[in-house]
Structures are given as structure tokens and as C-alpha cells.
Design a binder for this molecule. Structure first.
Ligand SMILES: Cc1cc2nc3c(=O)[nH]c(=O)nc-3n(C[C@H](O)[C@H](O)[C@H](O)COP(=O)(O)OP(=O)(O)OC[C@H]3O[C@@H](n4cnc5c(N)ncnc54)[C@H](O)[C@@H]3O)c2cc1C
Length: 412
């Protein structure tokens, strides 16, 4: 009998029948084979940072924390093979000796690399894809217990399907990422009138490397964050810091607290990643980039009209189009609108009403965040949906990796 499991957002909980902690690829294979013999389902879980039920493991929960490290580095091509349980916060330290970094990241780094790429975790930047676009190879244990290698030389036609794979195709045991030379980011954060931000949104999203904004409901203020990529590692930039005015904070810490004004330069991870100390629930929809402004304005009007008291900001980000079958940015330049609620508050009315607006603007829900859609609606929103479910039928005919969430969103 295993212990109880709950996700970070406290929106999902389960008591798995068995918790396994395989430390080798062979042990993962044995765990999948044993589950098959016992007629049980299997689910690897990362950091439990999904708000949706995607990681719920009622039968066998696989903890892959002991499968974490760099397995191989191709310095010439800047590619790194990581074991599947590696957490994002471990990766900068693992890449540093090779002068490499991940191209883009989301807001936090607690997730496992496998969990992050399985749900389509993304950051912001209209010229940059989500984290799954960095995947150039993967090895999975499929439902038969066999190893399946997917990369540019083996089963390359499956590369756009394995990430984001929603945990539906098998247990990832390693992932190869295309990295970039280590870089620093110059960050400018300040509050601005929301109207100004919306009027120039297309330009703001397109021009800088990474742009996002937070809007505080019931106010006319947006906190904008604009990050510019600079070559070189942090020490090198510090050495030339005199030449880069942004490296000197322009406001005192007190001013930051009071106004949100901040300008600084740091290693890429230090800028991308924030602390999230207050627990919340979240729903996020991807939209065609040109629909972000009208969808945002409709959502704002709704919040004003309904009189809800929303204490958490709305976050707006952007990403490049990609060709990954189950990516929220598949085939279209995308913008993301995320709504949050304090974890103890009832989110239902707010999220469902916002969801209807997002759907009317062509929205696709983040696989790891709360939403109410099922396969009947999602099929029309993903041109490669049937290809993905056909691949799942082939790799997992008995639904060894199924749970209620996957049955709902992929159908059965
Ligand atoms: C505070 C917070 C901040 C967040 N910020 C962002 C953000 O900035 N951008 C964004 O897009 N999302 C964000 N998210 C969502 C989060 O990145 C995703 O939900 C992500 O999937 C969580 O990773 P995890 O390791 O916790 O995976 P889990 O939630 O544990 O699992 C997610 C899925 O991955 C599967 N999985 C895990 N390991 C494997 C494996 N080895 N093989 C196959 N499948 C596997 C699981 O079975 C499950 O289906 C945030 C979430 C929180 C709580």
C-alpha cells in the first residue's frame, strides 16, 4: 500500500495502490511489466505541479527522482541527454560545466523535465517555442516493457508526438535537449497603464526577445516584463558591467516593493524563474496570437460585470508556432492567458466563464492546468489529434498509462 499523493495546487489527490522508485531503466521496465501482469495501470509522476488530473496514479505511481543526471553530452552539437526524473532546477548546474543553457523556461523550476515537456510547459517569447520544442530525442518504456528510441535517426516520424506526449505513450526514461550557449538576460519590469500595453500589444510581443505582462483585476495597471538576451555567461557580463547600465539596479529595493520597478541583468535561469510562495489554482488557454487582445478585453469586461473579487493577477505570454502534435502552439503563433485563484477559494464560476470566452477565440487549454474540455471538443482543436490517439493505440493498446484525465481528454 502506498502513501497518499496530492498535487501542488491541492486540486487532485489519490492513494496509489503501489509506489515504486526505480533507479535504473531496467527497473522501470520491470515495474511496467509487473503492473501488466497484475492488471494495474502505471503513471510516472514528476513534481506534481500540474493542476489538472493528468498525473493522478490510482494504481502504480512511479517516482523517478533517482533517475536524474546528465547521461551524455554532445559538445559540438550542444545536445544533452538527461535522465527523465531530472528537475528543472538541477539543469543549470548540470549544463554550466559545458557552457550551455536551456533556450527558454517557464515561471518556476520545480518541475521534472519529463513532466514539463509532457504537458507543454512554456515560458514567453514570440520567437521561442515551449520547452518541448527543445527535445530532439527521447527513450520510452512502452506498455510492453520494451524500449523505444525516438530521435533524428530512429523512429524520427514520432518526434513531434513524444513531446508533449501527456504521459499517454509510455514512461520516458531519458530526453535529449537541444541547448544553446549560456546567456544572460537583461530584465526590465515596471507598472504601466493597461490601456497603453493593450494598444501596443502586437509590437511589444513581437519586438523584444521575451515579453509578458500581469494585469491586476479591478485596476488599470499592468506589470510588464521585458527580457533581452545578451551573449556570454554571467561572470563575463559582470566583468564588463560598467558598459551595461542595466546591470546596476536603477531603483532601491524599497522602490521595487512599492512600485514594481526593477531593472537588472542575470544568468538566464535567474531571470526566467520566479518563486511562487502563495499556493493557487490556475487555468491557462493558448490562443492565436492576434486573438489575445480581444479575448483579454472580453475577459476584463466579464470580471467588471460579475463583481468577483479576484486577488490574483492575470498573466499574458507569447510563444512561436511549432509542429508538435499535441502542443498548444501547434501550427499557430500563440498567446497565453492564465487566470488564477487562491487555492482555498472556489474557482468554478470564474474559470468556467473565462473558459467560455477563451473557447470562443479559438482557445486550447494547457494540458497541465484546470479546464473542463473532453475529447469531443479537443479533437477539433488539434489537427493531429487522431494521429496521436492512433499512436497511443499502437503503443498502449491496453491503456496501461491511462487515468481518468486521459480517458476524458483523449477519449477511449
Ligand atoms: C507554481 C507553478 C508554476 C507553473 N508555471 C508554469 C509556467 O510558467 N508555464 C507552464 O506552461 N506551466 C507552468 N506550470 C505547470 C507545470 O509546468 C506543468 O503542469 C508540468 O507538467 C508540471 O511538471 P511536473 O514535473 O510537476 O509533472 P507532473 O505534474 O507530476 O506530471 C505531468 C505529466 O507528466 C507525466 N510524466 C511525468 N514524468 C514522466 C515520465 N518520466 N514519462 C512520461 N510521462 C511523465 C505525468 O504522468 C503527467 O502526465 C506551473 C505549475 C505550478 C504549480
Amino acid at each position: 500500500m502506498g502513501g497518499a499523493w496530492q498535487n501542488w495546487g491541492r486540486t487532485e489527490a489519490v492513494r496509489p495502490r503501489l509506489v515504486e522508485r526505480p533507479a535504473t531503466v531496467e527497473a522501470v521496465q520491470r515495474a511496467v511489466e509487473a503492473a501488466a501482469r497484475a492488471g494495474m495501470r502505471v503513471k510516472p509522476v514528476g513534481a506534481g505541479h500540474s493542476f489538472s488530473g493528468i498525473a493522478v496514479a490510482p494504481d502504480v505511481l512511479l517516482v523517478l527522482d533517482d533517475l536524474s543526471d546528465v547521461a551524455e553530452v554532445d559538445r559540438e552539437r550542444r545536445r544533452v541527454r538527461l535522465l527523465a526524473g531530472t528537475r528543472l532546477h538541477q539543469i543549470p548546474g548540470l549544463l554550466a560545466p559545458f557552457g550551455l543553457a536551456m533556450q527558454n523556461l517557464g515561471d518556476v523550476d520545480r518541475q521534472s523535465i519529463s513532466g514539463a515537456i509532457s504537458t507543454g510547459t512554456h515560458g514567453t517569447g514570440a520567437r521561442f517555442g515551449g520547452i518541448a520544442t527543445q527535445v530532439v530525442g527521447a527513450t520510452l518504456v512502452t506498455a510492453s516493457g520494451d524500449l523505444l528510441t525516438v530521435d533524428e535517426t530512429q523512429n524520427s516520424e514520432l518526434l513531434p508526438a513524444v513531446a508533449p506526449g501527456l504521459g499517454a505513450l509510455g514512461v520516458l526514461v531519458d530526453l535529449t535537449l537541444q541547448c544553446v550557449p549560456a546567456f544572460v538576460l537583461h530584465a526590465v519590469e515596471h507598472p504601466e497603464p493597461l490601456a497603453d500595453v493593450l494598444t501596443s500589444l502586437d509590437e511589444r510581443a513581437a519586438k523584444p526577445d521575451h515579453f509578458e505582462f500581469y494585469w491586476f483585476p479591478h485596476t488599470d495597471i499592468a506589470l510588464t516584463k521585458t527580457n533581452t538576451r545578451l551573449p556570454g555567461d554571467y561572470r563575463a557580463v559582470c566583468a564588463t558591467g560598467v558598459a551595461i547600465p542595466g546591470i546596476v539596479p536603477t531603483f532601491s529595493r524599497l522602490a521595487v516593493k512599492l512600485t514594481g520597478n526593477r531593472e537588472y541583468t542575470d544568468a538566464s535561469t535567474g531571470v526566467f524563474v520566479q518563486n511562487r510562495n502563495v499556493r493557487f489554482k490556475e487555468m491557462e488557454y493558448a490562443l492565436p496570437a492576434e486573438n489575445v487582445r480581444p479575448a483579454f478585453e472580453a475577459m476584463r469586461a466579464l470580471i467588471d460585470e460579475r463583481g468577483w473579487k479576484i486577488s490574483f493577477p492575470v498573466e499574458v505570454r507569447f510563444a512561436a508556432a511549432d509542429d508538435l502534435w499535441m502542443s498548444t502552439a501547434y501550427g499557430r503563433e500563440s498567446g497565453y492567458i492564465a487566470v488564477h485563484r487562491y487555492w482555498r477559494e472556489d474557482h468554478t464560476e470564474y474559470f468556467e466563464a473565462v473558459e467560455q470566452i477563451m473557447l470562443s477565440f479559438g482557445g486550447r487549454p494547457h494540458w497541465g492546468k484546470m479546464h473542463t474540455l473532453d475529447a469531443s471538443i479537443l479533437r477539433d482543436r488539434y489537427p493531429k489529434f487522431d494521429d496521436f490517439t492512433a499512436l497511443r493505440d499502437r503503443l498502449d493498446p491496453d491503456r496501461r498509462f491511462q487515468n481518468d484525465y486521459l480517458a476524458r481528454v483523449l477519449g477511449d
